[in-house]
Design a protein around this ligand. Structure first.
Ligand SMILES: C[S@@+](CC[C@H](N)C(=O)[O-])C[C@H]1O[C@@H](n2cnc3c(N)ncnc32)[C@H](O)[C@@H]1O
Length: 389
């Protein structure tokens, strides 16, 4: 996005064109474009349509999105509002302590922290994003609590709290590893050293983060892994690893140790498919030890127990049958099952092809867990899985 586009979108005229684009959202694209071209020149009409598309996409995870302005790569990496709000509550020390947002993008974290009552100084070196961020602060009436600094985060004077959200798409292309983000993981400890308690946000799937040797926490929202938090500096003692499932707030903490011995599944046992935060944090083994569960197989995250322990993040299924794949269709037919929820992990075939081949008919629903044990494909069947959150 060029500065002229950002400046226009943040102007009163831009706001009017965006309101028109919003009111036409249910019209076909060519009709919306023609209507907006009747109100502004073709370029501005295009800008308004594109921004309206970003707002519509953002609205799924950011409730105030329709009042905010976004840039595509910054939105791609922006936190979900619920995750950012939970982060805002976690900072130690007095509630009025200054929080630095280092690499603020279009500002979801800064806005959520300020909306939760924090005082924020937000650094963003990209002038377009800094401009959009300043607009967003005004749009939510948070000017008294958020100061926007369009500068390099390395120039931030020491502060008691610091949040660093490195760019995982520097130059527009996605980087999977923290070493390639901007700033890279090798620089994080040095950047954060002058500040007090500090947190870095990184990708939930980045397996290289453990090598940094700081406590980490993987956070999920509504069953999808969202981020890994790394804790630097002045926090009270923390467990080496933690998994947090939102919105429930259920968590698992531990060392990331190995699981207990596996056991064979059987009807009457319960199967836990742990929340992705638990898996990505490497805490399946710890969860098993803490709750007296056993893995279905040494290399799989599914856990078995005699009853569903309350407060475990994930999905539970009471096992009604342990079947060879070829026996599944007949089992479902006998129970008049017309719809199945399929979960698959470790299964050697293609889960969707298997589901299509079942010839489902009937009023009932079931869950099938497609997996393998001791080198053999295996299907566990039961009623619909439950979330105990
Ligand atoms: C992942 S985005 C931040 C997203 C934000 N937390 C949110 O939820 O909306 C990271 C931002 O850091 C900025 N950034 C990267 N290196 C920077 C630096 N050295 N100084 C200031 N900003 C920087 C990038 O321009 C980018 O906008």
């Amino acid at each position: 996005m060029q500065p002229a586009e950002a400046r226009f979108l943040a102007s009163a005229e831009g706001a009017r064109l965006l309101a028109a684009a919003r009111s036409l959202r249910d019209q076909p694209v060519h009709r919306r474009a023609a209507a907006l071209r009747g109100l502004a020149d073709a370029e501005r009409a295009r800008w308004a349509l594109r921004q309206d598309g970003l707002r519509a996409r953002a609205a799924a995870r950011i409730p105030a999105a329709e009042r905010l302005l976004f840039e595509p790569d910054a939105l791609e990496q922006a936190s979900a509002w619920a995750v950012a709000t939970e982060r805002a509550r976690r900072w130690p020390g007095p509630p009025d302590a200054l929080l630095l947002d280092l690499g603020a993008g279009c500002g979801v974290d800064a806005l959520a922290a300020a909306a939760a009552g924090r005082r924020v100084r937000a650094y963003e070196r990209d002038p377009v994003r800094a401009l959009l961020l300043a607009h967003n602060v005004r749009a939510l009436g948070l000017e008294a609590r958020v100061e926007v600094v369009a500068d390099d985060l390395g120039r931030a004077p020491p502060a008691p709290l610091a949040f660093l959200d490195p760019d995982r798409r520097p130059g527009g292309s996605r980087r999977r590893r923290a070493a390639e983000s901007a700033p890279p993981s090798a620089a994080w400890a040095r950047i954060l050293a002058p500040h007090g308690a500090a947190m870095v946000k990184a990708a939930p799937t980045d397996r290289t983060l453990g090598a940094l040797g700081v406590p980490l926490e993987v956070v999920s929202l509504a069953g999808a892994a969202r981020e890994t938090r790394l804790y630097f500096g002045g926090w009270e003692a923390r467990p080496p690893r933690r998994a947090l499932a939102l919105p429930s707030g259920l968590f698992v903490a531990g060392e990331g140790g190995p699981p207990p011995p596996s056991r064979a599944p059987e009807p009457g046992l319960w199967l836990l498919d742990p929340d992705p935060a638990v898996r990505h944090a490497g805490l399946v083994g710890d969860l098993a030890h803490q709750r007296g569960l056993a893995p279905l197989a040494p290399d799989l995250p599914y856990l078995l127990g005699a009853s569903p322990p309350a407060g475990c993040p994930g999905h539970w299924l009471p096992i009604e049958a342990c079947l060879a794949p070829r026996a599944v269709a007949a089992w479902l037919r006998a129970r008049e099952v017309g719809a199945v929820e399929v979960r698959a992990r470790g299964y050697p075939g293609r889960a969707e092809a298997f589901r299509r081949g079942l010839g489902l008919r009937g009023p009932h629903q079931a869950t099938l867990v497609l997996t393998a044990r001791a080198g053999r494909p295996l299907v566990l069947a039961g009623p619909l899985a439950r979330t105990l959150e």
